[in-house]
Design a protein around this ligand. Sequence first.
Ligand SMILES: [Zn+2]
Length: 206
Amino acid sequence: MRCHYDDQGAYYRCARSGEYVCLDHARLDVVSVGTRVKLPPLPVRRARSQDYDAIRAIAMMYWGETEVECFDRTYDVLALPAFLAFCGDEVAGMLSYALEEDRINIVMLNVHPEYQGRRTARSLLAMAEEEARARSVSRLVVTTSNDDLPALYVYQRWGFVITEVKPGAILEHHGHEEAGFATIPVRDEIRLERHLRATNEFAASN
Ligand SMILES: [Zn+2]
């Protein structure tokens, strides 16, 4: 998918016009909950070995590389487990993660613009949460950048809290200022985590 305004790769679909837009041409608006179009959620499953070409394509499309720095470690998404959302045979989105001793690191989370607005990120996060419970780890952690307001929205809506802000960390890593979402300069690393409640506690409150 290409941006409606130039030939850059599209990251988002405009919720008003339906146009695909790149980071430069995306903007943020507040809408009321009643105006959201509700489409059925897409099915999600664990990635299989034959899915890794698609995972590589997603990583290259949105990040330009398959290696990601996350919580002071470098991961290659081609060597990590992942969950995928599908629309028919098409991959709609991907969550790549690393299982650590006491937590799951969400290393990459992307939903293709044509499948946004269907709670796909949430479906993928729900799978990660299920995995954490199955592996008896109590935290999901993720890093994002100061400009990535859609990501900060999704994670905080899903119960993540900001645990650390590293001012200038990404700027330092890149060595120069890059424009991010809506041309906001990418500067700071923001770390978030979600503590999972014990299953019995969860059951008791539901
Ligand atoms: Zn554009």
